[in-house]
Design a protein around this ligand. Structure first.
Ligand code: CFM
Length: 588
């Protein structure tokens, strides 16, 4: 429920969900409509990934499985998840991509994980793009020498504290041993040099890259500096990458409350902060998908407990602050947190009410990554909008159904491919942050450690949950539901907008943001208001309102001259090719 705002009962149902202005189609029929085009084998797989929601008993979803070739997916690769997402934002170490130029070039400054030089951390290397630029010669004779030379050259120019090396697909295929090259460079240069075997093909999506990155950061950086910050109420914010300045917004809010951030992993973070983050007292996890491994490993080795938070949405930000205050259990902090929430809400409420007067009853659909498909629903709800369909690109079942399903997730060959580190308590540095009595009292009061309910329990019954959505399904969804806005990424944005539906990029924020915390929420409300209420959409005739053009339509029973020509040319090529194949087989 919207506990913070004097929510007018009007416009919200008794469970606290906004009531859509137009009737929403039956989800089972919509689901069938989306799936019918697929051939039987594909349909069987997609059926498991496209479900009607039941928050009381979330149905089991098929997640973290390979995308069927031919389906247009939003996903990225393992290298992207490792180098691009989790480690790339560390701004004062060098990141060298070992591979052909493209992998590095196309991951150069494309994610808006902002960083700025500060008096205590003046170095920012993020605008640089470093790669070994492998050529045919290295693919044939090996690229280890070129990598060693690149590390030396980068060190000579920049003298960094550390260098991270990332393996791309061909490196794994030819078997370059990047870890030995890094170890030797570390000895030679006297700085920290470490590698990541994050070849793009390693997993089914970027999610595998997150895991590989978590392992590497934990092994090579966390725990290197045993110097706790002097401030009280120390926390780390895990899974927050400072897209569009979100981490700065969260940091400012926490500072106002008197809560100190030792490290944000890994938005605008320095090497030193990561090295000492194990001295903090609580890990709060924003993006569960990308960093839950780190939270678990830090707890096992150093005794730091973790809790799930969300600073996206006003109500969620308030809840998260209260959760942190309850963990520390000091009246002074609790009072300060309430004071700050009241101040922030006094500024935000008028904006929220103004925007809600224009957005109440509108609908949204969100298909993003591994956490935002869930988190951003709260911002829409804040202004009276209902999310009628949502999904992740690459999240796992626990991000949908809740962490209680973890023991029942089947480990397949793709997940087994990623190393699972065995971590035990550090003999000298393991320090439980709470006594067993304190923990029991917190738990008795409803405080949940190591928990995440997932997306489904917070969505309305019969909304659509779609994992790894395809372009076909997005088109069908627009046709059936006509959502007032879709939150997605650059691969879908213009497809969606050609249908006359505004699309907010929820990865890069379309160069906007920040959207986190209370100030960020105001930015988001205003932007969504502007996007939905601009008159430009009325000038577009959506495709489903135009009569079908039989010459370009595809589907059973429709043929076009262009299709026929392609088919005949392919058939001709196949004919010409067959005799040769027979001859080759004869020789063999
Ligand atoms: Fe976590 Fe992210 Fe996301 Fe993610 Fe990403 Fe991202 Fe994302 Mo793009 S770490 S899972 S791999 S919140 S880059 S900052 S927006 S897909 S929903």
């Amino acid at each position: 429920m919207n506990e913070l705002f004097e929510t007018p009962a009007e416009g919200y149902d008794k469970e606290g969900f906004p009531i859509p202005a137009a009737p929403v189609p039956d989800s089972d029929a919509a689901r069938a409509g989306m799936l019918e085009i697929y051939p039987p084998k594909t349909r069987k797989k997609r059926e498991k990934q496209l479900l009607a929601n039941d928050p009381a008993k979330p149905p089991e979803i098929g997640a973290n499985t390979r995308t069927i070739p031919g389906i247009i997916t939003q996903r990225g690769c393992t290298y992207a998840g490792c180098r691009g997402v989790v480690i790339g934002p560390i701004h004062d170490i060098l990141h060298i991509t070992h591979g052909p130029i493209g992998c590095s070039y196309y991951s150069w400054a494309t994610r808006r994980n902002l960083a700025r030089p500060r008096p205590d951390q003046p170095i920012n290397y993020l605008q640089y793009n470093m790669t070994t630029d492998m050529m045919e010669e290295e693919i044939i004779f090996g690229g280890e020498k070129k990598l060693a030379a690149a590390i030396r050259e980068a060190y000579r120019i920049f003298k960094p504290k550390a260098i991270a090396v990332y393996a791309t697909c061909p490196v794994g295929l030819i078997g370059d041993d990047i870890h030995t090259v890094c170890r030797l460079a570390k000895e030679e240069l006297g700085i920290n040099v470490f590698g990541f075997s994050c070849e793009g093909y390693k997993g089914v999506s970027q999610s595998a890259g997150h895991h590989i990155a978590n392992n590497g950061v934990f092994k090579h950086m966390v725990g290197l500096l045993d110097e706790p910050d002097p401030e009280p109420f120390r926390i780390n914010v895990l899974g927050e990458y400072n897209i569009g300045g979100d981490a700065w917004e969260i940091d400012t809010l926490l500072k106002k409350c008197g809560i100190h951030v030792t490290a944000t992993l890994s938005g605008d973070i320095s090497y030193e902060q990561i090295c000492k983050c194990h001295t903090s007292d609580l890990n709060v996890v924003m993006c569960h998908r990308s960093i839950n491994y780190m939270a678990d490993m830090m707890e096992a080795k150093f005794g730091i407990p973790w809790v799930k938070v969300n600073f996206i949405g006003a109500e969620q930000s308030a809840k998260s602050l209260r959760k942190i205050a309850r963990f520390f259990g000091e009246q002074k902090l609790t009072d300060r947190v309430e004071e700050v929430i009241a101040q922030e809400m006094a500024v935000l409420r008028p904006v929220q009410e103004d925007v809600r007067s224009r957005l109440q009853g509108k609908t949204a659909a969100l298909f993003v990554g591994g956490s935002r498909g869930h988190h951003y629903q709260h911002l829409f709800k804040d202004v009276g909008m209902l999310t009628i369909a949502a999904g992740y690109e690459f999240a796992h079942r626990d991000d949908y159904e809740g962490r209680q399903v973890l023991p029942s997730i089947k480990i397949d060959a793709d997940s087994r491919n990623i190393e699972q580190l065995e971590v035990g308590p550090d003999p000298a540095r393991y320090r439980p942050r709470k006594t067993p009595e304190q923990l029991a009292a917190l738990k008795a009061g409803g405080f949940n450690f190591k928990d995440y309910d997932g997306m489904m329990v917070e969505m309305k019954k019969s909304t659509l949950i779609i994992d790894d959505i395809s372009h076909h399904e997005i088109e069908k969804l627009i046709e059936l539901y006509h959502p007032d806005i879709i939150g997605s990424g650059i691969k879908d944005k213009f497809v969606i907008e050609k249908f006359g539906v505004p699309c907010k990029q929820l990865h890069s924020y379309d160069y906007g943001g920040p959207y986190a915390a209370f100030t960020g929420a105001a930015n988001f409300y205003r932007e969504i208001d502007r996007m939905i209420n601009t008159k430009v959409w009325k000038l577009i005739t959506p495709l489903w309102k135009k009569p079908a053009d039989p010459a370009t339509a595809v589907g059973p029973g429709v043929d076009s001259p262009a299709n026929r020509a392609i088919r005949e040319s392919v058939a001709g090529l196949a004919k010409a090719w067959k005799p040769k194949k027979a001859a080759a087989e004869g020789e063999g």
